[in-house]
Ligand binder design. Structure first.
Ligand SMILES: Nc1nc2c(c(=O)[nH]1)N[C@H]1C(S)=C(S)[C@@H](COP(=O)(O)OP(=O)(O)OC[C@H]3O[C@@H](n4cnc5c(=O)[nH]c(N)nc54)[C@H](O)[C@@H]3O)O[C@H]1N2
Ligand SMILES: Nc1nc2c(c(=O)[nH]1)N[C@H]1C(S)=C(S)[C@@H](COP(=O)(O)OP(=O)(O)OC[C@H]3O[C@@H](n4cnc5c(=O)[nH]c(N)nc54)[C@H](O)[C@@H]3O)O[C@H]1N2
Ligand SMILES: [Mo]
Length: 775
């Protein structure tokens, strides 16, 4: 039997799959990729795993009792009935029609947050939104789990267009190599995170770019609770801090600049508003409520909070003022209570240094968070499937989903408005896994018990699929033709189908077309096209846009045969806000003052104690004293073994597990204090729940910090813990960053760790539910 290889792309990069006898038997990196990601090694097992959804399935209780709230939704022993496509589509179309007729389209929650797969045509969320828009709309979600606080706060500080540039492009790594003397990063520069870019990047360039910058003489300082948050080859100096205390450190750095005459007052006067208020706050002339006097935010004050020695902070501030300095505050730092503050304080610090807008200097947020950050930008855009218009105007900030389901009609604050949660009757999810991404999963299970019907499209029987009444099997990228590229990518690439669909899985496009048919809007959804025709149409529309800028890419057939086309019009950005710096009037920012708002009248007018009008130090809940019951701060960062929960059963992901459970890292001192040794199974306990995990003892952590990455499939199948597999969201608290952004706060939680003695319950996360027969 011969082996054929096909190019493909995942969010973790482009690679080839080796196919024999209609099965994926291996993977091969692209020879042009300088540093391929091992995450691709998960694909062969995941593609054909018994946890694939093979046929449409309906929860027996829903089938027998009809729609309605059900507290047993998600129970580990719940049974499903495989009903066949015709019955499943009839039931689903009928239920959509019932809900929209009885309660209006706003009763359908279609936010459907999640990463799905790479591919511009079969992008699950785009397809769902297009479909729901053709049947009258849905309640949507706003912002992301990734950087919800930045997305809401920064438009008020630097305007929306500049915020988009801040989050996606900032100075390129090439500009850093050429111009930067010192890159100070809060929240690391994790190469494993740069394996990921939404849509997948042609080659893994970020790791090599960091090394090249270091070799060219750029110095790196990493302020982080983990020593290995930066790659060895950039030889970063590590300032170990208590998680959640970056704002104190940033204010103290400003204190040094202000008191030692190192702040660039010309820059502050010309390009910012509110610097005086920040200055007087930092110097202790008033507190966060504007009352006099406040606390001077000295390095000694910051040392008491953060644990970073005052002398090191003083030295760092002076060093930052000496040369071209770039301040990076990563996304993790804002994924915590009061997450707006460290980002705002980081911007203020960069303004005090006066280098915003200079090549390789100023402020950035995203190096080491995403692979395309600093990897150039694609101003001509990418091919994209039109989603139509949503007739429902209501939305929620994305991370408030459990609140919404639990408290219909309840008032809440968001970005200056008092809003009310809609009354959701039907939840429709495709391409996301809230039982991966949301906080306090036991609470989320209660929330999922409230609607009348939950619909999930999935490739695999995830915990989210197991909370659904109707489960629709979707093809994977390897089972359909598509094309892909990410923001800033080097090329647009073909992703030809490599194997037949698993079981009876179908492309979601065809599922929606058949649902639309039953609801009388097939033509509106398809516009008379197959998904293959849409692929050609969006490619040609993009080609015309490119041509209008005087550039040329080949026609579709030539592109498809070649497998890729070089990205037209890519640019490497020198600076963020370079035009504004050069011409502050002509390129005024889209803010009330036209300048960078270090004090925002607008935000101050909202009167939020948890996000006042300028950056302030607010002690988050992970710092408060819990009577020693939860003495460790748990960092729930991104996994190195996979993307989120995707392909968790794959070879690379499984290699990292300890006795089949997620690894939790502990400092040797903490392990000893908790009576834990390397390789033990432990129970990690937080205020909201517990999980089992496997201990890894490692000096790379700051003492007092534990680390358990996200992504182990949620497994509530035994009484010994909320999750027996090691999902940190069994422990996290479901609370927004602040009344302003209501962003995700999943990064940090308080926990204790105890050795688990006795026979541990088996991990059953990857077993399909009762009633389902694997292919
Ligand atoms: N505690 C804590 N929690 C966090 C974070 C944290 O730092 N700490 N980080 C947060 C962040 S930044 C994010 S972005 C989220 C990520 O959360 P998600 O994006 O929800 O996580 P994924 O596992 O990528 O979920 C995507 C799902 O889509 C499915 N899928 C793939 N392809 C297709 C397809 O073609 N069709 C359909 N229907 N389904 C498909 C996959 O099987 C997978 O289950 O997690 C957040 N959660
Ligand atoms: N391999 C892989 N790559 C990924 C993902 C994945 O799942 N797998 N997910 C992708 C997604 S969707 C996103 S949004 C990005 C997220 O990108 P980030 O948010 O940047 O990534 P994290 O890994 O959550 O956090 C980075 C580091 O921040 C540090 N940190 C945590 N709390 C604090 C703090 O209070 N202060 C300081 N100074 N540091 C702190 C932790 O030590 C952690 O290792 O990653 C992307 N990249
Ligand atoms: Mo994210």
């Amino acid at each position: 039997m011969s082996t054929t290889s096909y190019p493909t792309s995942a969010h973790w990069g482009g690679y080839r799959v080796l196919v024999r006898d209609d099965r994926v038997v291996g993977v091969r990196p692209d020879p042009e990729d300088p540093a391929p990601s091992p995450v691709m090694e998960n694909t062969p097992i995941a593609q054909h795993h018994a946890s694939r959804v093979a046929r449409p399935a309906v929860r027996r209780r829903w089938l027998e009792r009809g729609p309605g709230p059900d507290p047993r939704r998600g129970a580990p022993d719940d049974e499903y009935v495989e009903v066949g496509w015709t019955r499943a589509l009839d039931l689903l179309a009928g239920e959509l029609d019932r809900v929209r007729t009885a309660h209006g389209n706003a009763a359908i929650y279609g936010g459907s947050y999640g990463w799905g797969s790479a591919g511009r045509v079969h992008h699950a969320q785009s397809q769902l939104h297009r479909f729901l828009n053709t049947i009258g709309g849905y309640t949507r979600s706003r912002t992301t789990y990734s950087h919800g606080a930045v997305e809401t706060l920064f438009p008020r500080l630097i305007g929306t267009p500049a915020t988009n540039r801040l989050l996606h492009r900032a100075p390129s790594w090439e500009a850093v190599r050429q111009h930067t003397d010192l890159l100070v990063t809060f929240g690391g520069l994790r190469v494993s995170n740069t394996w990921t870019a939404s849509g997948g990047r042609a080659a893994q360039t970020a790791g090599p770019a960091m090394r090249a910058a270091s070799e060219a003489g750029v110095e790196f300082v990493s302020v982080s609770p983990l020593r290995d948050d930066t790659p060895d080859d950039v030889k970063a100096e590590w300032l170990s801090l208590r998680p959640g205390t970056d704002t104190a450190v940033l204010l103290a750095l400003m204190h040094v600049l202000f008191t030692e005459g190192l702040a660039d007052t010309d820059f502050l006067d010309r390009y910012t508003v509110g610097a005086d208020t920040v200055r007087s706050y930092v110097l202790g002339e008033h507190d966060e409520g504007g009352r006099r006097p406040g606390t001077a935010r000295t390095p000694e004050w910051a040392e008491r909070i953060s644990g970073v020695p005052a002398a090191e902070l003083r030295a760092l501030a002076r060093r930052m003022a000496r040369g071209r300095t770039l301040v990076n505050v990563g996304w993790s730092v804002q994924r915590a209570r009061y997450g707006e503050q460290p980002l705002w304080a980081g911007l203020a610090l960069a303004c005090c240094l006066g280098q915003v807008g200079l090549p390789g200097g100023g402020f950035a947020s995203g190096y080491g968070s995403m692979g395309n950050y600093g990897g150039g930008s694609t101003p001509l855009g990418l091919p994209r499937l039109p989603q139509g218009d949503n007739a429902v105007k209501d939305f929620i900030p994305v991370a408030r989903v459990a609140d919404m389901l639990l408290h219909p009609g309840k008032a809440y604050h968001y970005d200056g408005g008092e809003r009310r949660y809609p009354d959701i009757r039907l939840v429709y999810w495709a391409g996301g896994n809230p039982f991966h991404h949301h906080q306090d999963l036991a609470r989320l299970t209660r929330a999922f018990g409230r609607p009348e019907t939950v619909v999930v499209h999935e490739t695999h029987w995830t915990a989210t699929a197991r909370h659904a009444d109707i489960v629709i099997p979707s093809t994977t990228v390897l089972e359909r033709d598509d094309l892909t590229a990410s923001q800033g990518d080097l090329s647009v690439r073909a992703m030809p189908r490599a194997v037949s669909p698993h079981g009876e899985a179908r492309d979601e496009y065809d599922t929606y077309a058949d649902l639309a048919e039953r609801l009388g809007v097939r033509e509106e959804f398809t516009e008379g096209r197959t998904s293959g025709e849409w692929m050609r149409v969006i490619y040609h529309r993009w080609r015309s846009l490119v041509a209008r800028r005087g550039l040329e890419v080949p026609g579709f057939e030539e592109f498809w045969a070649a497998g890729r086309v070089e990205m037209p019009g890519r640019v490497e950005d020198e600076a963020l806000l370079g035009e504004f710096r050069a011409d502050p009037e002509g390129h005024a920012l889209r803010t009330p003052s036209g300048r960078i708002e270090l004090f925002s009248e607008t935000i101050a007018s909202f009167g939020y104690e948890d996000c006042p009008g300028h950056p302030v130090w607010l002690a988050g809940p992970v710092l408060s004293d819990h009577d020693g019951e939860f003495p460790l701060v748990l960092v729930a960062n991104q996994p190195t073994g996979r993307l989120h929960g995707q392909q968790d059963m794959g070879a690379h992901s499984m290699r990292q597990k300890v006795h089949g459970r997620a690894p939790v890292r502990l400092h040797p001192d903490d392990a000893a204090a908790h009576g834990v040794t390397d390789g033990d199974i432990v129970r990690v306990v937080g205020e909201r729940g517990s999980c089992l995990a496997g201990a890894v003892v490692d000096e790379a952590l700051r003492p007092g910090v534990a680390q358990l990455s996200t992504g182990a499939w949620y497994d509530p199948s035994a009484a010994e813990a909320t999750c027996v597999h090691g999902n940190p969201n069994a422990l996290t608290v479901d609370e927004g960053t602040s009344s302003l952004s209501q962003g995700c706060t999943g990064q940090l939680t308080r926990v204790r760790v105890e050795r688990f003695d006795g026979t541990p319950p088996p991990v059953r996360a990857f077993e399909p539910p009762r009633g389902v027969t694997p292919v």
